[in-house]
Design a protein around this ligand. Structure first.
Ligand code: EPU
Length: 421
């Protein structure tokens, strides 16, 4: 088991660069297997645990995947439909997208149901609904699989009206329909930048997808997709995490290749809190302040305030003057980080979907546990500002979405080390 030991109180300065976006990488890997030719992907965060798990999963079903630094070459011509692992705990949520891609390619598919998750109940009804709209019969088997089949060898284009702009269901609709017969229209689609990235990759493979980044996406099915080369976008959640790290340590640094246009709602909130943020052609410059103002946050789908950033913003609000609120609307329950932050002296009360945060003078180092990826990032942020030593266990959760975060923070002047028991 690995832990992080952090001695807080160091002002962070310098520059940091971002990895490729995890939530883009996981989807483009799946989409790339729709072609029977080589797809070369650049800027891939191949040291992130979630990306490594996904690559293993694709190899298990016969895809040829090679990695070289941050380049991944993938060839889906030898995929077979039958070898997916069945240990439910190890099945990531993106296996739902694999169901869509295999169904789109072969007309039938069977994948294990995604395993447990620490963000509370995460449903897949919209994924099933979308695949059914495209003509598939989908059923859950008693041994924990999702099985889908379409009447002919190809899905049929259709109108898919999502009653919530789910990121995953939008991506599944895109992936499964690009090889379908006819036209598909996705209404109330999600607009996250990672979805735009996915569609850009598929279009460069020969798909015909229009309207991504708006709430109506139109896909004209094609018979075949071809090989291509593609560079994925930088990770906006990492950018946001480093922005808060600069802010909370009263530091000042450049987030190289950070995409300001992907982070507007977070930037607006950080500015309200008193953080100076500007952008240049090189990236995003952040300058912390000595005093933080309280504010109210409501998480929303893109371009609203990202749910993934609310845990990360919580330590900053814990040190702000006065009372802040954080209302979570995307997940039913996403306050795992609160109990851990309370061990560090934060004053937070959760009532239903809202955390009430009363600012304190300082956070104290403590022994805490990363209960999920962003909760873990929140603890790292808190540790950077806390008095004395913070010890974070379950570091593998943080590794799921940040490549060697400790090295990057050390380069900025943080006192953080990874220790192995
Ligand atoms: N939902 C349904 N039915 C569905 C699908 C989703 O009710 O069929 C609900 C979920 O239960 C959840 C909400 O809708 O409460 C949001 O789910 P969504 O489908 O939009 O999210 P996702 O595709 O499962 C992605 C990211 C998450 C991020 C969310 C929201 C990936 C791999 N994951 O999940 O990222 O929080 O979008 O922006 O892209 C993370 O990176 O730490 C992370 C959790």
């Amino acid at each position: 088991m690995e832990r992080f030991l952090i001695k807080g109180g160091h002002r962070l300065e310098g520059e940091v660069s971002l990895d490729g976006a995890k939530n883009s990488a996981l989807k483009v890997l799946i989409a790339a297997t729709l072609a029977d030719e080589k797809v070369k992907l650049y800027n891939m965060p191949t040291r992130m645990k979630d990306v490594q798990t996904k690559i293993e999963m694709l190899r298990n079903i016969g895809a040829k995947v090679t990695t070289d630094g941050d380049e991944v070459t993938i060839n889906g011509s030898s995929i077979n439909n039958s070898n997916l692992q069945s240990k439910r705990d190890a099945v990531p949520r993106t296996s739902l997208l694999l169901l869509g891609s295999l169904l789109g390619k072969f007309g039938e598919a069977k994948v294990p149901l995604p395993g447990g998750d620490d963000l509370g109940e995460r449903k897949h009804n919209l994924h099933i609904y979308a695949l059914k709209c495209l003509g598939a019969e989908v059923k859950e088997t008693s041994d924990g699989y999702l099985e889908a089949k379409c009447a002919s060898s190809r899905l049929s284009g259709a109108e898919i009206k999502l009653n919530f702009p789910s990121v995953g269901a939008t991506e599944n609709s895109i992936i499964s329909s690009c090889l379908a017969r006819g036209t598909t229209i996705i209404r109330n689609a999600a607009k996250e930048p990672e979805i735009v990235d996915l569609a850009n990759l598929l279009n460069s493979m020969g798909a015909k997808i229009r309207g991504v980044g708006t709430n109506t996406i139109v896909i004209t099915g094609v018979r075949k997709l071809r090989g291509t080369e593609f560079t994925i976008i930088p990770d906006r959640m990492q950018a946001g995490t480093y922005m808060v790290a600069a802010a909370i340590t009263h530091g000042e640094f450049l987030i190289k290749n950070g995409r300001f246009d992907h982070l507007k709602s977070l930037v607006a909130k950080l500015r309200e809190i008193g953080i100076e943020i500007s952008h240049t052609s090189e990236g995003i410059c952040v300058k912390g302040s000595n005093k933080f103002r309280s504010t109210d946050i409501i998480t929303q789908v893109y371009p609203g305030f990202p749910t993934d950033m609310q845990p990360v913003a919580t330590p900053l609000l814990s040190l702000a003057n006065g009372r802040s609120t954080i209302k979570e609307t995307v997940y039913k329950y996403r306050f795992n980080h609160v109990e851990e932050l309370k061990k560090m002296g934060a004053k937070i009360k959760v009532v239903k979907d809202t955390a009430f945060v009363t600012g304190v003078k300082r956070l104290e180092g403590a022994k805490v546990m990363a209960t999920d990826l962003r909760a873990g990032a929140a603890l790292v942020i808190a540790g950077l500002a806390a008095h004395n030593r913070t010890e974070i266990s379950n570091v593998y959760e943080i590794d799921r979405g940040y490549e060697q975060i400790e090295e990057k923070l050390r380069n900025l002047g943080a006192d953080i080390e990874r220790v192995t028991d």
